[in-house]
Design a protein around this ligand. Structure first.
Ligand code: FES
Length: 135
């Protein structure tokens, strides 16, 4: 291998390492959660629980909450720190992780660590008693 080939190979290796490092970093900032697309009826169990503002339930790897203002929202249920199920706190209108205390706003964005990545936010479409969750 001559000098030119060696430097060319070295440059490719350095670029590969930099690219791999960037991809790892980018992945950390992307909210993760299951991909879902389902519809439920608010008059059918267990979804009747969501009729009360401030209530929430888990299904399909996500947490669905009826906020204190009566808006139905959905984010991934697994805390991005170590995977504990987050809860909806109606007193603060936020998601809370009981394991180490991380908090997330109603869009799933981290508002207090130790979690550093956001929860995945889902699109919720309400049409009468029919609710579609997808994302
Ligand atoms: S697992 Fe949620 S804050 Fe640690």
């Amino acid at each position: 291998m001559d000098r030119k080939e060696f430097l060319s190979t070295l440059g490719f290796s350095a670029a590969s390492i930099a690219l791999a490092s960037c991809l790892g970093g980018c992945k950390k900032d992307t909210p993760s959660g299951p991909t879902v697309d389902f519809t439920f009826d608010l008059t059918q169990s267990p979804y009747t629980a969501l009729a009360i503002p401030g209530s929430y339930l888990y299904t399909n790897g996500i947490i669905i909450a009826n906020t204190t203002s009566g808006v139905i929202i959905a984010v991934s249920e697994a805390c991005t720190h170590e995977g504990a199920n987050v809860q909806y706190q109606n007193s603060n209108n936020q998601f809370y992780c009981p394991r180490h205390g991380a908090t997330f706003n109603t869009s799933g964005a981290v508002t207090r660590g130790p979690a550093t990545s956001n929860l995945k936010q889902y699109t919720v479409t309400v049409n009468g008693n029919s609710v579609r969750v997808n994302g």
